[in-house]
Ligand binder design. Sequence first.
Ligand SMILES: Nc1nc2c(ncn2[C@@H]2O[C@H](COP(=O)(O)OP(=O)(O)OP(=O)(O)O)[C@@H](O)[C@H]2O)c(=O)[nH]1
Ligand SMILES: [Mg+2]
Length: 435
Amino acid sequence: MGVMSMRICLSHLQLWQIPRPKIHLRKSRSSPGLYASPSITEYRSSCFCSQQAQAAARGVLQNKPMVKEIESVGAFQKLPMVMPSVDILSSALKKAKRVSATKGISNIAKRERNKAAKQLDALMKELAVPLRDYVANFPNRKCLHPYERSLTELTLGDGNYEKVLKNVDALRKKVVSAGKEHASLCAKSLSKREAEERLSEGLQRLEEVFNREGKAVDDLLNIAKTLRAMPVVDLETPTLCLVGAPNVGKSSLVRVISTGKPEVCNYPFTTRGILMGHINLGYQNFQITDTPGLLQRRDEDRNNLEKLTLAVLTHLPTAILFVHDLSGECGTSPSDQFTIYKEIKERFSDHIWLDVVSKCDLLQTSPVAYVTEDEDSEHLEMASYRKMGPDGAIRVSVMNEEGLNELKDRVYQMLVGQMDRIKSRSNEDNAEVAT
Ligand SMILES: Nc1nc2c(ncn2[C@@H]2O[C@H](COP(=O)(O)OP(=O)(O)OP(=O)(O)O)[C@@H](O)[C@H]2O)c(=O)[nH]1
Ligand SMILES: [Mg+2]
C-alpha cells in the first residue's frame, strides 16, 4: 500500500500522565470500546461466590497469586466500582433501620431485643460485605501483567496498592467484630428499654468505627479511578513507540504520522505520561505511543516519567522509533543522546527499530556544534553520529516536511513486521499448546 494513499487516522487517544501543577495538558477524548482486546485473559469470573471471594481475598492479603500469572493486559478496566464510604454508610443505615422483629414474638421485651439484634446484624453485614467484595475482586498485583504492575508501582507508589486493600480488610474486621459484640449485648437485654439503648449504642459504635477508618474505602476508590484512567493497550495489535531524549520532537512526529495531537512545547518533559493512540491504515489497526523523554543517567536516578518509558519498552512488544535531535535545540547534547541511544539500543536490541534524525531543517548547513563537544574526538562512531545520527537513520523535519513520506513508509513497514512477529509468536504458542 502506498503511503500517500494511506488513510492514517488516529481515531482514539488515551493518555495517562503524572500530573505537573500549573501546566495545562490537553486530554483527548477517550472511547475505551475501541480497545477491547480479544486476547484478554479473565482473571476472575464475573460471578464470584462467597467462598471464592474469601479465598481470593486471602490471596490478595497474603500476597499470593490465586490464579495463574496473567499474560495479558486489561485488568484495570475490570476493577470493581467502589462506593464512597459515606454512601456505603448511609445506605447501610437506611437498610438496617428498615429491619423489623421476627413475626410472632408476642413478648414486648423479647420482640424489641430480637429487632435490635437483627438491625445491628444487618448494619454489620451491609457495611462488611461490600468491603469483603472489594478486597476479593481487586486483583492480586502479582497476577497483573508486568506492564500494569509497573504502572501500579509508578503511579501509586511501591506497596500502596496492597496497603490500601489491607486497610479496607482491617476495617471490615473491625466492623464485624463491633457488630457481633453489640448484637450479642442486644440479645441479652432484659427489657424493651434496655434493648433500645443497646441498639442505639451499637449503631453509634458501628458508625464511629466506619467513620474513623472509612478513608481506606475512599483511598481504594481513588486507586480504582487512577488505574482505570490508564491507557489501554492491546498486545495483539502492532505498536510503535517513540523514544528519545526530552524535547527532541517525538510528539511533533506523532502529530505527523497520525492525526493525534499530543502537546508540543519547547521544554523538556512536555509529555508527562504514556499517550496511546490508535491508527487505522486501511483495514489494519495499529497503536502508537508517545513517551516521556529519557535523560542520560543511571536507572536509580531516573524520575517516574523516564521509568514509565522504560516500563513500556520492557513489557510491551513495541517497535521503536528512536528520535535524535542533532541541532543543539533540545537541551541534551548529541554526545549525551548518543550514550542514551547506545544504552537503550543494547537493552532493547530485539525490538524492530528505526532511527530518525529530527529537525533537519536546522541542520541544512551543518549540525550546530555544542561547546561541550570535543571536536577533535577520535571516536569515529561518535563523530559520525554528531553529523548524521546512527547508521541508516532517516532525516526528517516537521517544519519543511522533509523526509516525512519516507518516514510514513518505513513506519508502515515496521508495523507490518511487528504484525508478522505477533502472528508467528501466537502460532508458536498454539503449537506449544497442541503438543
Ligand atoms: N525547527 C524544528 N523544530 C521542531 C521540529 N520538530 C519539533 N520541533 C520543536 O521542538 C520542540 C520540542 O518538540 P516536541 O515534539 O514537544 O518534543 P518531545 O520530544 O515530544 O518533547 P518531550 O515531550 O518534552 O520529551 C518544539 O518547540 C517543537 O516545535 C522540526 O522538525 N523542526
Ligand atoms: Mg512530547
